[in-house]
Design a protein around this ligand. Structure first.
Ligand code: FAD
Length: 408
């Protein structure tokens, strides 16, 4: 591994040595800089040159890309060293997410997010040593592709209403039902599955289970054709009498809903972090384009309505970054940041739409083509308002924490 564990970032002679040569970005903490610099090299060499091709093909090769990232340590930045992680705190994971925003599409950072920060937090925190050796170690190394199976055809926002069951028979669970919208679903080696393991109350009858995806009875029904995030495969999956050992249960039976709500905190913070850099890139590319594109004898950028708007949007991005970093700092200290994570996710959903919409307009007809990044992010970042909980779900959570929801 190029990156070292236990708070030391680089072995002598590794790719991480040397100073960051790029300009200092806002929010780019000095302690994160070497990590980001090393990741940027991988993005520029191993990912960005192929993004257009993978977007066109509708899928990126997850095993190949994850192996490269895994070998360099980027899939286990905040995971324990005992399981191949770097043992750094969660703020380093967020620095990685911000840097991944330099990938010239949204689909690949999203799939990396599922691998490194959405399918694995509960396993890391509550899973048995054996389970971690079997699933976490190869996921951190990039040998396994992981997916997260929460949403269903009839239950997205309403997670408590999922119908998939895992019924105990001897020392096995027998799983029936199906999952919808599963990122990396058609390439995954295992799924962190949320299923009903009893008929009890909906918040106490669910469990998280590590489900190998090569078991008999698992059918990948279709790859979903989507508006954006085109290089990330999104699958619908059915389970028919799938048998999995009970030892694949993560933590305690019946605690799955609670574990998943905790897992969502990291997912949401990660999602916000990956959206910051694309917004800045789009604003900058719009400045560059409108600065040279002349209309009625002057650059488009020279109209006050244009440069004021761009300045306004850049300010909003910085505000979002501040909220994110505040939430992350509190999280690293061990606080429950559900409210702040939800606020940041809500704001990111709104702001990504505003930034991409305003910028696309300034490109005129060019903005409507597939040749410019702004149109790709106009589609991809739309998911910020949907995936991992919609804007309305975020508002409901914030209201709950403000104690202003009507009493039932
Ligand atoms: C590209 C993509 C990738 C995804 N990846 C994954 C994945 O890897 N794993 C996974 O489990 N899921 C995944 N999802 C699913 C995602 O989390 C859900 O789409 C999301 O939670 C919303 O659920 P839903 O689509 O069922 O919408 P619904 O729950 O049907 O919501 C419909 C509408 O109702 C609104 N609504 C909800 N509650 C309220 C309320 N209280 N008041 C007013 N309006 C409300 C919603 O905001 C929305 O506008 C993915 C989705 C997409 C599109």
């Amino acid at each position: 591994m190029a990156l070292r564990a236990g708070g030391r970032w680089a072995r002598p002679g590794s790719a991480l040595r040397g100073r960051c040569s790029g300009p200092r970005r806002a929010g780019d903490a000095p302690r994160h800089r070497h990590l980001r610099e090393a990741l940027r090299k991988i993005i520029d060499k191993e990912i960005n040159p192929f993004v257009d091709k993978w977007e066109e093909e509708g899928q990126f090769p997850a095993h190949k890309v994850f192996k490269i990232l895994g070998q360099a340590g980027f899939l286990g930045v905040d995971k324990p060293t005992e399981y191949g992680g770097m043992g750094l705190d969660f703020s380093y994971n967020i620095a990685v997410a911000e840097e991944l925003g330099n990938v010239r599409c949204g689909g690949i950072p999203m799939a990396i997010g599922v691998q490194a920060g959405m399918a694995t937090p509960a396993l890391t925190r509550f899973g048995s040593h054996e389970l971690k050796k079997q699933f976490l170690v190869p996921t951190i190394a990039g040998d396994f592709v992981a997916c997260l199976g929460i949403s269903e055809d009839g239950a997205g926002s309403d997670v408590a209403n999922i119908k998939t069951t895992a019924v105990r028979k001897g020392d096995e669970y027998v799983i029936n039902g199906g999952k919808m919208w599963i990122t990396s679903g058609s390439q995954a080696d295992w799924m962190c599955l949320l299923a009903n393991t009893s008929k009890g109350p909906p918040h106490q009858n669910k469990s998280l289970i590590c489900l190998p995806m090569n078991l008999p009875g698992i059918h990948v029904a279709k790859k979903i054709d989507k508006l954006g995030m085109r290089s990330s495969d999104t699958a619908q999956i059915f389970f028919e009498d799938v048998r999995v050992p009970c030892k694949n249960l993560i933590g305690e039976e019946g605690k799955g809903f609670t574990y998943q709500m905790l897992q969502f905190q990291e997912e949401r913070l990660w999602g916000v972090a990956t959206a910051l850099t694309p917004m800045e890139t789009i604003i900058q590319e719009t400045i560059d384009y409108t600065g040279q594109r002349k209309v009625f004898g002057q650059p488009v950028l020279h109209n006050q309505t244009v440069h004021f708007r761009l300045a306004e949007l850049a300010t909003e991005v910085e505000l979002l970054r501040s909220l994110l970093h505040r939430a992350v700092a509190l999280y690293v200290e061990g606080n429950d940041v559900t409210k702040f994570a939800s606020m940041a996710k809500l704001k990111a959903g709104r702001l990504t739409r505003e930034v991409t919409d305003s910028c696309l307009q300034f490109w005129g007809g060019m903005g409507f083509t597939n040749e410019v990044l702004v149109s790709r992010f106009y589609r991809d970042l739309r998911l910020m308002s949907i995936g991992g909980g919609t804007d309305e779900t975020m508002l409901s959570i914030i209201c709950k924490y403000m104690d202003i929801l009507p009493r039932k």
